[in-house]
Design a protein around this ligand. Structure first.
Ligand code: PRP
Ligand code: MN
Ligand code: MG
Length: 181
C-alpha cells in the first residue's frame, strides 16, 4: 500500500504523544539509575523506533544492544513459541539491564526473554515498553516503565507491523478491515 494513512482505521496515539511520553520515560529511567551505568537491550525489530527516540531523550551517554527472537511470524496472533535468532553481543553479568520493547501483548515474548536474561547473572533487569495490552495478557509481567495501556485491538505503526508493513508509520493506529481481506 502506497498510502499507509488510508489503511488506518483510527489513530490511537499521535507522533507528539509518543515523543512526549518517551521523554518522560527517558527521564525516569535516567534518574532511577542515579549515575550507575545501565544497558538498553532492544528486541528486534519492533523496538527499533522506540529505542531510537527513547535513547536520544536520555540526558547522558547510554549503550545499547539487541536481541532478535521469533514469536509472531507474519500473522496477527502470538504463537508463544520463542527462539533466539540473534543473541546479545554483550556479556550482561553484573550489569543493570533495561529491556526496550514496542508492545507487551500476551506477554509471552518478554516473559521468556526476561527469564533468559536473568539467568545470565545481571545486576538487575527492568522492562520499558511503549505499549501494553492489559486485556491480552496470558502471563503477568512486572514492567517498570509503560508508555500507554491500549485496548486489545491489532495495532500497527511506530515499529509495529502487519506482515512487515506499516512499521514506518509515525503514529500508532488500528488497521482498516479492508487491509485484512
Ligand atoms: C511483537 C512485538 C513484541 C511481541 C509481543 O514482535 O514487537 O516483541 O510481538 O507479543 P507477545 O507479548 O504476545 O509475546 P514480533 O514477534 O511480531 O516481531 P517483530 O518485533 O519483528 O515485529
Ligand atoms: Mn517484537
Ligand atoms: Mg511483528
Amino acid at each position: 500500500a502506497a498510502d499507509m494513512g488510508a489503511d488506518l482505521e483510527k489513530v490511537l496515539i499521535t507522533e507528539e504523544e509518543i515523543q512526549a511520553r518517551l521523554a518522560e520515560l527517558a527521564t525516569e529511567i535516567w534518574e532511577n539509575y542515579a549515575g550507575e551505568p545501565f544497558l538498553l537491550v532492544g528486541i528486534l525489530k519492533g523496538a527499533v523506533l522506540v529505542m531510537a527516540d527513547l535513547m536520544r531523550a536520555i540526558p547522558g551517554s547510554v549503550p545499547m544492544d539487541w536481541m532478535a527472537v521469533s514469536s509472531y511470524g507474519s500473522g496477527t496472533k502470538s504463537s508463544g513459541v520463542v527462539r533466539i535468532l540473534k543473541d546479545l553481543d554483550t556479556d550482561i553479568t553484573g550489569r543493570h539491564v533495561v529491556i526496550v520493547e514496542d508492545i507487551i501483548d500476551s506477554g509471552l515474548t518478554l516473559s521468556w526473554i526476561r527469564a533468559n536474561l536473568e539467568s545470565r547473572g545481571p545486576k538487575s533487569v527492568e522492562i520499558c515498553t511503549l505499549l501494553r495490552k492489559p486485556d491480552a495478557a496470558k502471563v503477568a509481567i512486572d514492567c517498570r516503565w509503560v508508555g500507554f495501556d491500549i485496548p486489545n485491538d491489532f495495532v500497527v505503526g511506530y515499529g509495529l507491523d502487519f506482515a512487515e508493513a506499516y512499521r514506518n508509520l509515525r503514529v500508532v493506529g488500528t488497521l482498516a478491515p479492508h487491509v485484512y481481506s
